[in-house]
Design a binder for this molecule. Structure first.
Ligand code: PDD
Length: 287
């Protein structure tokens, strides 16, 4: 079956999708993106992802190239054409094509690219077995709240993790506190049983999965605290996990060379994961 991409108004065979050599995304990483998971034929939290896309665009002064309703129709059409029932849709908007010049061009329409990918998320072993993470210095800029396509530090961190046989790298600020993973948010259950994740600020991306998990925790009567934690606290935690559109809730069983808890996914991580997966499958509604 042919797989399509959407590029600036056209559905094209995936392998033939192309952008102009002077697209500012290509030359300056001048653009933003979103990744939305698809489970049981439906996108999870599409509204929240599009709200964040809207915010990322406005923080960078990029205008929507089309109205949001049309954008949503294109997303749905691409998913239908590519028959994705489990996987993801990736969409990016860049500032458009202009002769190379650092300052933002005026009156140039933004470019849109959308692709989909089938991924058998729910059968992935990492959900049940947990993963290892390493810790690395956070070398990114100070606007990590904007979901920009400028991801080189994240790519370097993820590569270092893979080379160490780990799934993710937790980035650590100058005070020794964990900011977030290279493509996920970081959580721990402390030795005294507190569920912690770093407060949303310009230091991290305000994860949609993170936000939904907070709503689930509230509904289930679990308390959590938005509080930064140190690498030391993480290593002595009872449990740890990451959250993201493509990791869902993935337990962390090792940080650097230190085993977390008994080296198996912890009970709270397991419960939160189940609730979240039920929510993704449309089997759990939130108020
Ligand atoms: N990444 N932090 C960073 C740096 C991320 O890149 C992501 C998501 C998250 C989690 O956000 P959310 O829960 O909204 O997916 C946190 C996506 C999945 C990616 O880059 O592929």
């Amino acid at each position: 079956m042919a797989r399509y991409a959407y590029v600036n108004g056209r559905y094209v065979p995936h392998g033939e999708g192309a952008v102009h050599i002077e697209d500012r995304g290509f030359q300056f990483a001048d653009g933003v993106y979103e990744v939305i998971p698809i489970i049981n034929d439906r996108m999870v939290d599409a509204g929240a992802h599009l709200d964040r896309l809207d915010r990322s665009l406005s923080e960078l002064g990029i205008s929507w190239p089309t109205n949001r309703r049309v954008f949503e129709l294109v997303m749905a059409e691409l998913i239908a054409r590519n028959r994705v029932s489990e996987g993801l849709i990736y969409m990016q908007i860049t500032r458009g094509v202009a002769p190379r010049d650092h300052k933002f061009p005026k009156g140039v329409p933004a470019s849109i690219v959308m692709t989909t990918k089938r991924v058998p998320f729910l059968s992935q072993k990492k959900l049940s077995d947990g993963v290892k993470v390493i810790t690395i210095p956070d070398i990114r800029w100070t606007r990590c709240d904007i979901k920009t396509i400028s991801l080189l530090p994240n790519c370097m961190g993820k590569t270092a993790a893979a080379e160490a046989g780990a799934y993710e790298a937790w980035q650590v600020d100058r005070e020794g506190l964990v900011t977030e993973g290279t493509s996920s948010n970081a959580w721990i259950v402390t030795a005294d049983d507190k569920l912690l994740t770093r407060p949303a600020s310009e230091d991290i991306l305000r994860g949609v999965t993170r936000q939904t998990l907070m709503r689930i925790a509230e509904e289930e009567g679990l308390s959590y605290t938005e509080q930064a934690f140190s690498v030391e606290e993480a290593k002595t935690a009872r449990e740890a996990f990451v959250s993201s559109a493509t990791s869902f809730i993935t337990p962390v069983v090792q940080i650097d060379d230190v085993q977390i808890g008994d080296g198996k996914p912890g009970p709270l991580s397991h419960r939160l994961q189940n609730w979240y997966l039920d929510y993704c499958a449309g089997q759990k509604q939130l108020a």
